[in-house]
Design a binder for this molecule. Sequence first.
Ligand SMILES: [Mn+2]
Length: 349
Amino acid sequence: MCEPSLKLLDSSQFLVELLSRATKAPVALILHQSADPDAVGSAEALSVLLKMKTGVKCTLFAESLNRAAKKIVKKFNLIIAPAEELVDYSTVILVDLNNLDQIGTLAEHFPKTDCTVFCIDHHVFHHKLSQLADFVLHDDQVRSTAELVLKIWLESGVSIPSHVASLLACAVVYDSRHFGNALNSTFEHFIILLRYGADYSVVRELLRTPLEKSERIARLKAVGRIVVYDEFDLLIAVTTIGSYEASVCRALISVGADIAIACALKKDEVRLSARSNPAVFNDYGLDLAKHVMEPLGDIIGGSGGGHPTAAGANGTAASEHALGLAVQLLRKALKARLGTSASSQPALG
Ligand SMILES: [Mn+2]
């Protein structure tokens, strides 16, 4: 599928490679499962640029969209193609993801041969990426893939249309959690998008997605099954749930957990999500993607990854077993960072 050596490029080299290959044959832009505003906005912005520069046909593929992404797709009349149409592409761009376990059923249709694979992403670098992609633009020091797409647009010399600026602005605001974890550069990039005509009132409205009843029920049930460990001077909350594992983690962090891990069993697949407050990464150096979810994904026969403070893994283990492994990996990583032993007794359960 790929050339033997992965090429890590900067934004201008990435654009040059992309323009040299995306000329006549159509291009597929592939998004992760439950694609979010960053995935959708980045992919559409990139496809608009490619169409303007080369006239090539670009198609976006995603197994599913989250609620905010659905609103964006509707507002901007975007088209997301069904998985069955992902055939015979010789150029593929992975957007906002860096391993194929994140694309769900699209993986069955992923081109197997003679395909040049580009990847543009800001998640923690995944060790499998070198076997997957030929050309990579990767930077985990930006809060969104959209900021990497913005750099490409600025390199291209083409003025950014206002609707593209709004799409990228949605992505930046969403992935920075409404600037809650923004860096100086996040604001700088956002201001550039405003100058190109991004409309913040539109962005705010599109990203307003009150929780559905089923999600609130999942959160409440998860609280009923919670076990809290008081270790390493941290409150670690773990729980099992049927779905909404990422939402459950966010809820547990907001009510006081330093680290939250939620495990959901869906059919024959187990999915785990983890979140930590920023102090856990800043003060302890714990990277949930690198130290916990990536190794966990390998152990349970699936894959894991994400960001230092927001990560996930899936596989095929029993949920209690997978959750136990996650806690073990977490303890091991914290011990390695602190050089202390700690009680394994639940603080409350
Ligand atoms: Mn993202």
